[in-house]
Design a protein around this ligand. Structure first.
Ligand code: SDX
Length: 436
């Protein structure tokens, strides 16, 4: 980061001495005010619950311009990556900082392919879950359990160990998600097949059975691969910030990623795609397009807790570029499957049109986000609603591990330890029981 020649001066109306704070410039995007010395110089903290105005780190990985609706992975626009690359090329970009040439691509694909199996013991963890356990509960357990197999060989301060952990996590997530799915439906696990591409291999582990050969459908494989690309990273979102804070203690990277899985599960975050599809199905069940007006009225009613799931975003105050790409993928997949008249897709587009013309949403800059259409695509691919967020976790693992490794590799990093505004009881003495 580059020191700015502009300084910030903080003065106090009670005559306390004012202080000067340095500003730093990024390569693009907002400057930051360096407050690291603020408490030492003023005895005061800043206050920013939800971190709406706080830069938690200095990163080179992903840039979002919420007003323009722009998303760059290492400087490359998401639209170009989704069109011209596959997910493993994007993984290489996020982990190593650039797109691979043909030779590097070949080596990286081979490395990932040769890490796709999980230790045979992993299947016994699944047996501890009820068959109807939510896949995200299973994934939180399984990813954390990976720590038990690599704890002795993961010195996070060792760059080579960090790189191997990244390879293992990228490679094994599809295997674990498919295992969680198969366990839930009572079918046998399907082992990875090294002759297939990353995404074709995932589709086969999900939908093949030992009873017959499974031929991956290229359109569906391309669609799931694009879903992975669109979900791969997203700056310092809640789950990435969780991974950074968890990893800052020096814990095993598998444990830190498990923390990210747990955070992503929430309906305000990665769980929104499951919630958005359930919302569309409810509207469809209660009358479809004709009922949209009534639903929107509920959303606008402050006394109701109803939200338009898949809409709104902390950063995007314009169209989430991923939502546009996801809508295009919807068209492609539904067309390829002869589902062009899918009622849910038509309902989603009608709902989007009505919402984007409604003053409530316009005034609050609420646009569709990545989760609005992703559920419809995944449903068309045959993925059950309960597995949508696990697919999001599979894709986001590369972003989490890239951000974690970037932090650990930064000589300036420290264990994260925010402070607070304390509004509780002042010091008081304990009274004996008889006097309380
Ligand atoms: C993801 O951070 C990331 O990058 C996340 C993510 C990633 O890739 O990692 O992009 C993935 O999490 C996408 C977001 C998925 N979540 C949803 O779709 C759930 C529905 N969305 C909302 O819960 C909400 O929009 C958030 C949580 C996404 C953003 O919340 P903010 O920024 O805190 O916005 P807010 O709650 O302050 O909303 C501002 C206003 C409020 O109304 P007023 O109090 O001003 O009257 O807009 C309203 C909110 O009530 N509002 C909505 C709404 N979202 C915000 N009203 C109805 N429906 C919605 N979806």
């Amino acid at each position: 980061m580059t020191p700015s020649d502009v300084k910030a001066t903080l003065s106090f109306s009670d005559g306390s001495p004012s202080i000067e704070l340095p500003l730093y410039k990024g390569s693009i995007g907002p400057d930051v005010i360096d407050i690291r010395k603020l408490y030492g110089q003023t005895g005061k903290f800043t206050y920013d619950p939800g971190f709406l105005s706080t830069a938690s780190c200095n990163s080179t990985i992903t840039y979002i311009d919420g007003d323009k609706g722009e998303l760059l992975y290492r400087g490359y626009p998401i639209e170009q990556l989704a069109e011209q690359c596959d997910f493993l090329e994007v993984c290489h970009l996020l982990i190593y900082g650039d797109l691979p040439d043909a030779e590097k691509r070949g080596n990286f694909v081979k490395t990932i392919t040769n890490h796709t199996m999980v230790n045979e013991q992993m299947q016994f963890f699944l047996r501890g879950f009820r068959r109807d356990a939510h896949p995200m509960a299973v994934m939180t357990g399984l990813v954390g359990a990976l720590s038990a197999f690599y704890h002795d060989s993961t010195d996070v301060q060792n760059p080579r160990h960090r790189e191997i952990a990244a390879h293992r996590l990228i490679a094994k997530m599809p295997t674990l998600v498919a295992m969680a799915y198969k366990y839930g439906i009572g079918q046998p696990y399907i082992y990875p097949k090294n002759s297939l591409s990353y995404s074709a291999n995932f589709m086969r582990m999900m939908f093949a059975t030992p009873c017959e050969e499974y031929e991956p459908n290229d359109v569906l494989v391309r669609a799931i691969d694009r879903i992975f690309i669109l979900h791969a990273d997203h700056e310092q979102n809640a789950s990435t910030s969780t991974v950074r804070l968890c990893g800052s203690s020096g814990t095993n990277p598998f444990a830190a990623i498990a923390a990210g899985v747990a955070c992503l599960w929430g309906p305000a975050h990665g769980g929104a795609n499951e919630a958005a599809l359930s919302m569309l199905e409810d509207i469809q069940r209660n009358g479809g397009v004709e009922k949209i007006g009534e639903f929107i009225k509920q959303v606008k009613d402050k006394n109701s807790t109803v939200k338009l799931m898949g809409f709104g975003h902390r950063v995007y105050k314009n169209y989430d570029p991923r939502a546009k790409l996801m809508r295009e993928t919807c068209h492609e997949v539904l067309g390829a499957l002869g589902l062009g008249n899918d009622p849910l897709f038509k309902l989603a587009m009608a709902l989007e049109k009505i919402a984007l013309e409604d003053e409530y949403f316009v005034a609050r800059k609420l646009y569709p986000n990545v989760d609005f259409y992703s559920g419809i695509v995944q449903r068309a691919l045959g993925i059950p609603v309960s597995l949508f967020t696990a697919i999001f976790a599979l894709a986001r693992t590369v972003g989490w591990i890239a951000q974690l490794n970037e932090m650990i590799g930064d000589p300036e990093y420290k264990i994260g330890r925010p402070r607070q505004l304390y509004a509780g009881a002042a010091r008081r003495d304990v009274k004996p029981l008889a006097q309380r």
